[in-house]
Design a binder for this molecule. Structure first.
Ligand SMILES: Cc1ncc(COP(=O)(O)O)c(C=O)c1O
Length: 388
């Protein structure tokens, strides 16, 4: 494709934008049912974790094929609870260099050492071959993120874990209701953690969940979540207060009623994007292997500087002028975060490269087919104008 044959004047250069008004990047609105559910709790006066949290735990665990569900204050606490039940101070824990900081920083908070592993360029998920090379005699666990809502290669993670006797923690903060080979993500690993932060697919404001199929781990997490309390004012072990409350629980339950339909709508939009982006030179889409059904929290494309002129940020500025907002998850790999400067040993190349190439386009349950197609049109228009 040559730019002169197809290029239209970009909105950033004074042309007509694809969208008259900016298309929303996400859809976060509460329904009257959510508000009524929260009001019911407020009117009851039962604000602490009670029947609503218990019901959310039961329904969420069932929806994700897990035995135990435990609500907590947020996804970061969920990780702390998961690590508290699976790793100990001084352990080495494999973790991707390409994820949100909490997946790794809570390993440090547990007194253990994150070992940063590289990821695959086209799936963005942990590269198990690289992870295996980084195993030390102190490595006891692997913590992997189902990033952007797409399941990792669970078979590969579990084969590595079996071979090296590692605990497996999955950070599914972005992956509510994603499935792997027909099973919910709660069916796998020792512990799975979720975030219900406002912008997540199931957003309650703040909130989180831990699931496990292991009764002993569930008990430990229950103790850690609430000051090690095994009886009234009987503190069996040191713990925290990482509990949810019933207002949050009620909102979560109400939103859970719609989550599968909303996730399926995200899936339909993603399928539309795949077809459009596959036909655009210079922009690549996420690779999704057979057997994976992502939750599509984010739809993350890659800018190819070999094919397109300028930078990813210039490309995104041009998309914004066309009415398509974008976001960069993430602008840095974890290995260049100042917080980890004293423990980083190297900069995994793919993670380091991705931070200058990725951009997320709008995906949510309120996006119409027409909007999805026009987002594709805007990407095609900008790419054609920027062809080298
Ligand atoms: C992959 C991942 N892990 C953990 C978290 C932390 O969750 P929270 O913000 O609820 O503490 C997030 C939230 O952004 C996340 O995206």
């Amino acid at each position: 494709m040559t730019s002169s044959a197809t290029a239209q004047t970009l909105a950033i250069d004074g042309g007509t934008p694809v969208f008259e008004n900016m298309v929303p990047f996400m859809s976060l609105g509460l329904t009257q049912a959510d508000i009524a559910a929260a009001n019911e709790v407020l009117e009851s006066g039962m604000l602490r974790a009670a029947s609503k949290c218990a019901a959310l735990e039961e329904r969420f665990a069932k929806a994700t094929d897990a035995k135990h569900g435990m609500t907590c204050a947020n996804g970061t606490c969920a990780l702390q609870l998961a690590y508290g039940a699976t790793i100990k101070a001084g352990d080495d824990v494999l973790v991707p260099a390409w994820t949100y900081i909490a997946t790794a920083s809570m390993i440090v908070a547990a007194g253990a050492n994150p070992i940063f592993c590289d990821v695959h360029e086209d799936t963005y998920q942990i590269d198990i071959a690289d992870a295996e090379k980084r195993i030390t005699p102190k490595t006891t666990a692997i913590s992997v993120t189902h990033l952007y809502g797409a399941p990792v290669d669970i078979d590969a993670v579990e084969a590595l874990a079996r071979k090296h006797n590692l605990k497996v923690i999955y950070d599914a903060a972005q992956a509510h209701l994603a499935t792997y080979k027909g099973k919910g993500l709660g069916a796998f690993g020792d512990v799975v953690t979720y975030s219900f932060y406002a912008t997540k697919n199931l957003g309650t404001g703040e909130g989180g969940m831990v699931t496990t199929n292991d009764d002993a781990i569930a008990r430990t997490i229950g103790l850690l979540r609430s000051h090690g309390e095994s009886g009234k004012y009987l503190h069996e072990s040191i713990g925290f207060n990482y509990r949810m409350n019933d207002i949050t629980g009620a909102i979560g339950l109400s939103k859970l009623d719609r989550l599968l339909d909303q996730t399926n709508r995200r899936r339909a939009v993603a399928t539309r994007f795949h077809a459009i982006i596959d036909a655009i030179d210079g922009v690549d889409r996420p690779r999704i292997d057979d057997g994976l059904d992502p939750a599509w929290h984010l739809y993350t494309c890659r800018f190819d500087p070999e094919v397109l002129s300028g930078t990813r940020d210039e490309f995104c500025a041009a998309l914004k002028a066309e009415g398509v907002p974008t976001a960069v998850h993430y602008p840095k790999p974890l290995t260049t975060q100042p917080a980890f400067k004293d423990i980083v040993t190297d900069h995994p190349p793919v993670s380091t490269m991705l931070c200058e190439r990725v951009f997320c386009i709008p995906i949510h349950h309120d996006l119409s087919d027409e909007q999805a197609d026009k987002i594709g049109e805007a990407i095609k228009k900008v790419a054609a104008a920027r062809m080298k």
